[in-house]
Design a binder for this molecule. Structure first.
Ligand code: DQA
Length: 156
């Protein structure tokens, strides 16, 4: 877990799930060559410009992701999550996102709708503020922008 300093508008929790630690070498024809560290730096830089700090976490374990979402309550003002394959399987992650009631943006680097049928369904999308798919790692910057705008309404 890495954190950038808390900023005026609070902290965004940036969660990456299973196998995303392999970014850079994992199926580069699908996910590109940027590493997880590149992704976290990109999102943190975009967050900083918008006035947010970040906490970045990657785990291959479903329960650790659930715990991180619970811990965000009271510590973070919004969540950006790429849950990897758990997107397509995890009712527990969906319930955690619904339970903490923080604005949450779901991100997928690849366009999951152009891929295998089993990637077309997300348990998380119905409880997320927005879903960004297929924009590559730029999707994380877009997610910051979505939270910037939606939190501006509550932080005004
Ligand atoms: C992914 C898409 C998922 O289907 C896959 O299991 C991943 C990465 C994406 O970012 O495109 O691990 O979430």
């Amino acid at each position: 877990m890495t954190s950038s300093p808390a900023a005026d508008r609070g902290t965004l929790l940036i969660i990456n799930g299973p196998n995303l630690n392999l970014l850079g070498t994992r199926e580069p024809e699908i996910y590109g060559t940027a590493t997880l560290s590149d992704v976290e730096q990109l999102a943190t830089a975009a967050a900083k410009v918008a006035g947010f700090g970040t906490t970045c976490l990657q785990s291959n374990h479903e329960g650790a992701l659930v715990d991180a979402i619970h811990a965000a309550r009271g510590r973070s003002v919004g969540i950006i999550i790429n849950a990897g394959a758990y997107t397509h399987t995890s009712v527990a992650l969906r319930d955690a996102i619904a339970g903490v009631e923080l604005p949450t943006v779901e991100v997928h680097i690849s366009n999951v709708h152009q891929r295998e049928e089993f990637r077309h369904h997300s348990y998380l999308s119905p409880v997320c503020t927005a879903v960004i798919v297929g924009a590559g790692i730029h999707g994380y910057e877009l997610a910051v922008s979505v939270l910037d705008k939606s939190l501006a309404q509550t932080q005004a």
